[in-house]
Design a binder for this molecule. Sequence first.
Ligand SMILES: O=C(CO)[C@@H](O)[C@H](O)COP(=O)(O)O
Length: 221
Amino acid sequence: MVTAQRINPSILSADFVNLQAELEAIRTADLVHVDVMDNHFVPNLTMGPPIVERIQAVSPVPLDVHLMISDADRWAPGYAELGAYSVTFHAEAAADPVALARRIRDIGARAGIALKPGTDPEPYLELLPEFDQVLVMTVEPGFGGQSFMADMMPKLRRFADAKAKLGLDLWLQVDGGITVDTIGIAAEAGADTFVAGSAVYGGVPETRIAELRAAAATHAH
Ligand SMILES: O=C(CO)[C@@H](O)[C@H](O)COP(=O)(O)O
């Protein structure tokens, strides 16, 4: 069986003044990746619940919310309540990742856990049944347009191995520096869900999404 692959454009690279049109331009995507940053967990600031709620209301594609914020335990459930399809919080920002994932799932969203490049995957491997997706950051979180960190592939492989061993239906997501040249490397290491900002909005989004899909498919497991 070939694993389904998903392309989730990050609107961090979109024109925020024309966001509704930018959302329409990626209607062939699987999910819209929404980067929420608080200028505390990461040195950048984007948006909070009121703007995400408006995006949710007008987007033709469901939202994959990535919270790069401190105190995730307090804020993450609100994004599930406003209707996000998935809510991913950082392992480094949650006091009790399992309890938080359960709250997100109880509200009806998919629960994801994200790891910064320097974070050891080991403590999370046995917790994987509590999550619907794992996000392995392939750049330091905070900004679009950075270079893909190929040295994160061993971490991705550890999650892929644990997923196979436990027989889980778990999505493995990568985010940062994903292009037609790097997507295959991540797919080869076990990723099935790909976030791309500058690679999508740096050209005609529909064409770029199709190109990324084709490049990933040649490396599908
Ligand atoms: O979370 C982040 C950055 O922290 C990402 O979602 C970026 O928006 C990806 O941008 P590109 O590396 O694809 O340009």
